[in-house]
Design a binder for this molecule. Structure first.
Ligand SMILES: [Fe+2]
Length: 86
């Protein structure tokens, strides 16, 4: 059962960063009128939002003991995305 809570907390942490990143990318892509890229990102975003919401509804954000883990995973995920954008 402990592994399940770890996985749920990790899922929420990763997906919350990914969805935020994709939403920011959508703002940029809409500004430059890249309709094909917008459509591709929208289709990905819906999946990632679903994964994030499952992580939340299954308790991934509830357990305060996992707060440091969520923080670290969010930071790591943000770093990987920023590194990938260079
Ligand atoms: Fe996902």
């Amino acid at each position: 059962m402990k592994i399940k809570f770890h996985a749920i907390a990790l899922t929420w942490a990763v997906e919350s960063v990914v969805t935020q990143h994709l939403e920011e990318q959508l703002v940029y892509l809409r500004r430059i009128d890249d309709h094909m890229a917008v459509a591709a990102v929208v289709s990905i975003l819906e999946d990632e939002q679903h994964h994030r919401d499952v992580g939340d509804s299954e308790g991934g954000t509830k357990n305060m003991l996992y707060a440091p883990l969520r923080w670290a995973v969010r930071l790591f995920t943000t770093t990987v995305i920023r590194f990938g954008m260079r």
